[in-house]
Design a protein around this ligand. Sequence first.
Ligand code: GLU
Length: 506
Amino acid sequence: MSKPVRVRFAPSPTGPLHIGGVRTALFNYLFAKKHNGTFILRIEDTDQNRFVEGAETYIEESLKWCGIVVDEGVNTNEKFGPYRQSERQAIYKKYADRLLASGHAYYAFDTAEDLDAIRKEHEAEGKTFIYNWHNREKGRLVNSLVLSAEETQAKLDAGDDYVIRFLSPENETLHLVDSIRGYMTIDTNILDDKVLFKSDGLPTYHLANIVDDHLMEISHVIRGEEWLPSLALHYQLYDAFGWEKPEFAHLPLILKPTGKGKLSKRDGDKLGFPVFPLAYKDHQTGAISRGYREDGYFPEAVVNFLAFLGWNPGTEQEIFSMDELIAAFDLKRVNKAGARFDPDKTKWFNHHYMQEQFNDDLAVTFKQIQPELAEIDVNYIELVVALIKERATFVTDFWPLSHFFFQTPTDLDEKAVKKAWKDDSPEIMTQVVSVIDSVNDYTVENLQTELKGWITKNNIGFGKVMMPLRLALVGALQGPDVFDIMYLIGKDETKRRIENLVNTLG
Ligand code: GLU
């Protein structure tokens, strides 16, 4: 029997979660649910310098908004907890010590200034400095490979700052496997001896990540392509500990809408779309970044478009609910090539999901954001929403599409007047008022029957009635069905608007 599927999303709380991070979380979630597995949220907060207050809450809220449910995490089913790395500090030293004892790691005492000087000397000679087999034992660097055991101990006893580095082997070829990219070979000679642990008592990302993935029994590591260069080290760490490796899958980069490179916040600012799921206020600068939620996107639309960033179902189907995504998701159908971000496609998805929203919910939101609706009955707003939402992508589109249901139009569209208002319009419209007046049981059907019957009987062109009528009701030649408008605004208001127009245009 294969191992149970356990995946983790392991963000560092260094600021708002980028939409690419949400995509990583989503793919992990889809994979877990597809295989009846567990989706874990682990907070990788060992880098105290980059810690940002509130970022963890932001991550949790973002996942929740998207409908990504955490099975295990802080305060949730803490079987393998704690799930914040800062609370697991005591665990890591033991593992660093194990690598020291087995000869897979060593102490290094070089100061930042010394390393900087060496790096500059290399650069002056057109070379790149890599801390590894090239130079770690040449005497210039201060580490436990060069120092005697007593000297090393003396430094440790004296409380000198140190780091523990991984001893990357010389002249070996590593064979790596990635579920999306296939097989890769790496020559260990090009790898540097990465820092695993520091004398401040904290592990680096690499050590903490591997130890936690092992202890939390992670079966599949699904993460962004930017972590692919770390894979060689991670393989070696698993081997050094003698642990079974999880399977790895590195998701393709998310590319700018046009041109080269990764999608950045700047692209969003420039082209007018959010790169964060929720709006975010930077506590230091006070700057606010827009979010999909606040911009009026439905979470279903965001999830649907994120799923297509690097994955496709292999069919023509584009609309997928979360459950459908779970059923269809397969890592084999994730591309290697970068996924181009298309902000218009997101809008297209939102327009689609707009049609699937309940009208009563939309009416409540519309009322909340539109001050003119404060006193209007939400049931009436709901009827209006039903008529206009097919033309809307966002709830903010509603008001321009529907203001005439709530207010008598004050402006007349000049072009529309030219097109719709003819010499005989005042006469025709005056008669239309009488026809409308004669409809006792004021329903859409009765209005239609009466007015259309009258038009046919009098042999008047349909447009000669309907265009000025629409102009009177809307102030322009746009909007939903004229009979629906007449019905909703009521008989008196309908008559009043037509009479007003006759008086204004004469
Ligand atoms: N903490 C890393 C990040 O911020 C996690 C990388 C991984 O998933 O291994 O993305």
